[in-house]
Design a protein around this ligand. Structure first.
Ligand SMILES: Nc1nc2c(c(=O)[nH]1)N[C@H]1C(S)=C(S)[C@@H](COP(=O)(O)O)O[C@H]1N2
Ligand SMILES: [Mo]
Length: 331
């Protein structure tokens, strides 16, 4: 099946798109980090979407069409009317065919072809750290304990593209209530699976500080928008979207929405995340969607809606200010 070969953003030599001084500083930084030039080129350039033409391959290869982890029991779950915006929902084909999941590939349209060996069932998740009631449960057990619903959220990648996706899951706050955080817990650290035999991307980027990790402040994790997610489009998560369990944090850039989670830990210190370790000036910990703060190498003022190709204005907190602005107002 012929398809348009896309030259991804990271293919562009960084010195062509970065002011020289930033380039030099980053080089020094990466050298100090022990990362080579390859890490520089492939590592910190997560995309420059205006050079991309969207091409979702028509037919996913067998094995990638989502022998999803959790059984399809209960799907589709009822949609929460509070999260049902009057905007066009992106075509499912795009949400499941245009993916950032570097454990498999840096080419978004290739990810779903490369997930065949990824075993997502059975799947245990460890939830612990500074909590009174740590647990180690299967995703099925967790789902059975939680109030599951569907929510339509806007999703905005730091690379300036966006989608509108119906996710299925439960609020992180409900899970935190169950595990009872200790007072000294200040952050939640999330960790993705790391099985190089099941995911070819690890070997392609050996200098990355795997596994993929992310984090939220405790008050961000408690915010009612923060969704522990097990499905999309009324079905269990496809592997390429982070089966069987991932986060969706809709007011932050997409890289905070960590996929295929094996561990959640409550900690006192702000955790080091994969992207922040690679390029703190480009992918900082907080990473709230903000049209007024450009990425060092591109504007964040607008975004390309992937399935329509329309360019629309980016909104502060991705439009979720009513829920989250108070978290960031300096009282
Ligand atoms: N483990 C892991 N989680 C990840 C990523 C990744 O490469 N690995 N990419 C992030 C980025 S940059 C984005 S935009 C979203 C993409 O999610 P989607 O493919 O479901 O749209 O996943 C995020 N979570
Ligand atoms: Mo992203």
């Amino acid at each position: 099946m012929p398809n348009v070969i896309i030259r991804p953003g990271w293919f562009i030599p960084e010195k062509l798109v970065t002011p020289e001084n930033v380039y030099r500083n980053r080089r020094r930084f990466l050298r100090e980090m022990g990362l080579g030039t390859f890490g520089l080129v492939a590592g910190v350039v997560a995309g420059c979407s205006k050079h991309e033409t969207l091409a979702v391959e028509a037919a996913p290869s067998s094995g990638s069409t989502n022998a999803a982890a959790s059984s399809g029991k209960g799907y589709p779950y009822p949609r929460n009317p509070e999260f049902n915006p009057k905007v066009r929902i992106s075509d499912e084909e795009y949400a499941t065919g245009y993916n950032n999941f570097y454990e498999f590939s840096t080419t978004k349209t290739r990810v779903r072809q490369l997930v065949g060996k990824f075993v997502t069932s059975p799947w245990e998740i460890e939830i612990g750290g500074l909590v009174e009631k740590p647990m180690k449960v299967s995703v099925e057990q967790l789902v059975a304990m939680m109030p599951i619903e569907e929510r339509v959220y806007r999703f905005r990648c730091v690379e300036a593209w966006s989608m509108v996706v119906p996710w299925t899951g439960f609020p992180m706050s409900k899970l935190l209530e169950k595990i009872v955080p200790k007072p000294e817990a200040k952050f939640v650290k999330f960790t993705t699976f790391m099985r190089p035999d099941q995911a070819p991307g690890f070997a392609v980027l050996p200098e990355y500080p795997w596994p993929y990790t992310e984090g939220l402040r405790m008050d961000e994790a408690m915010n009612p928008l923060t969704l522990v997610t097990t499905g999309l489009y009324g079905k269990p998560l496809p592997k390429q979207n982070g089966a069987p369990i991932r986060m969706v944090v809709p007011w932050k850039y997409g890289y905070k929405s960590i996929k295929s989670i094996v561990k959640m830990e409550l900690v006192t210190q702000q955790p080091k995340t994969l992207w922040e370790s690679l390029a703190p000036d480009e992918y900082p910990f907080e990473s709230n969607v903000n049209p007024n703060v450009p990425h060092p190498r591109w504007s964040q003022a607008t975004e390309r809606v992937v399935d329509t190709g329309n360019r629309v204005n980016t909104q502060l907190y991705n439009g979720y200010g009513a829920y989250v602005a108070k978290l960031y107002s300096k009282a």
